[in-house]
Design a protein around this ligand. Sequence first.
Ligand SMILES: C[S@@+](CC[C@H](N)C(=O)[O-])C[C@H]1O[C@@H](n2cnc3c(N)ncnc32)[C@H](O)[C@@H]1O
Length: 98
Amino acid sequence: MEAKTKEIVTVNKIYNEDCLKTLSRIPSNFLDCIITSPPYNMNLRIRDGKYCSRQIVKEFSTKYHGFADNMPIEEYNAFHTKVLTELLRVSKVIFYNV
Ligand SMILES: C[S@@+](CC[C@H](N)C(=O)[O-])C[C@H]1O[C@@H](n2cnc3c(N)ncnc32)[C@H](O)[C@@H]1O
């Protein structure tokens, strides 16, 4: 059986997929700079000291097609931890707009 080689990204190609999938294909220290605007979890709010989902408001709830921006806080923190770990692996400089 033929050994599988790791697929890597093609420069100047747009990947419309989960960023973690794309990042996994990028070799370490491959990029000079990343500029990104990650999800802000706009539909999750703190009320009476507890995280809760925001009332459905058109401007926030329908802003992104097919994306609710409403993760439980533990999931949101875990997602950003994974993404930031990957970004730091592949790039020297990161602009993370939060
Ligand atoms: C704060 S918005 C960025 C908006 C963008 N700067 C613009 O001007 O349209 C965050 C974006 O991340 C996308 N997103 C959320 N989770 C993602 C993921 N796992 N991988 C890639 N993109 C994701 C959302 O669909 C949303 O479009």
